[in-house]
Design a protein around this ligand. Sequence first.
Ligand code: 3PG
Ligand code: MG
Length: 426
Amino acid sequence: MAKKTVADIDVKGKRVLMRVDFNVPLEDGKITDDRRIVQAMPTIKSVIERGGRLILMSHLGRPKGGPEAKYSLKPVAQRLAQLVNQCHAVPNPDGEGRNTTDLHITKDPAEATADTMAAVRFVENCVGPEVEKAANELRDGDVLLLENLRFHKGEEKNEPQFAQQLAKLGDVYVNDAFGTAHREHASTFGVPQLLQGKPRVIGFLIQKELKFLGDAITTPQRPFVAILGGAKVSDKINVIGQLLGKADLLLIGGAMAYTFFLGQNKQVGKSLVERDKVDLARELLGKAKGKIRLPIDNVISNEMTDTAKTSIVEGNIPADMEGFDIGPKTRELYKAEIAKAKTVVWNGPMGVFEKKPFAEGTRAVAHAVADATKNNGAVTIIGGGDSAAAVEQMHLAEAVSHVSTGGGASLEFLENGHFSTLDILD
Ligand code: 3PG
Ligand code: MG
């Protein structure tokens, strides 16, 4: 699926309406992980350096269709302003004010004056007269971030009227929101449909994500090892089915493994399982013809706490115990398989890695994936969500080939190989 990118279009003097996924984790109003903003910077930079008038739209969290202070994008606007002005750290050679072909930005945003900074503005709504005015007042190279799209019910419902109001804002449409590419919402689907006839392209982040995930499923170097974890089989059923046809081996961890155990008539004690998915799990094991590996030992406990007393058990889990991580023998087995891989796709942690007693499985896999990248020249891709957070936390994000910014989106791409929201773009 060859797609035009923002590099292929002229943006000078144009209002560039761009969907980004700035759905970042916040704690007490502070961004705890700004990766999704940082990853959108190449596209943002490209537009403002070429004199586009950038209008950014995003959702944050899952508000109920009206404004909620805790889901405001205001903290994101502040971080964005810093990043925009850092990445344009071009000293002003002649002391003149800002011009749009060469943004004269000081290195330290605190020292910058209004004249030397690319303006990053924020409006407290995403549609309406005030927003239209702000969009129309932008100068070349300016950035305007709109307030949370999901403060309007029309976003998730893709209501035509709401989409129309957003579409009004743009002369050009760019989608760089990979994390939201699996949602047919107004900003991702209705708006680009309405903007037919105008340039509608993807940004560099989506381009990069599609390249890594697309190559992995269409032309993987072999052996291709997929690692799937997390709590629920139901989240991953479709992707397991798809990957069975593509990968050479599937390594399973997380609570998901226990539903498979039930499919093998093993005892799982009090472990988290989905009883209504046992038949499906059994069916997948049948289809897998030995391609699926399940844990041979588990870390068990009677409580999921930071100070839990743990033991290791092979086979059946005792009635009063719960499995919370893969055990040491499984770690070694999985590490050995990952070491041989030339392509790795990993989605979902191996255990409750947020709790110290149950973090070893995820840690071992993360290091094995990083080692395969370095020692075996493997292409290694971390699906977003929890496994991305784990890799980030272990400071291994730079040691793998690609950490996706999409959780649900990367799974859906592995399942379907395309997105309807991107199919409609140029
Ligand atoms: C995500 O974080 O998965 C994306 O931003 C999409 O958010 P959503 O699952 O609330 O649609
Ligand atoms: Mg999600």
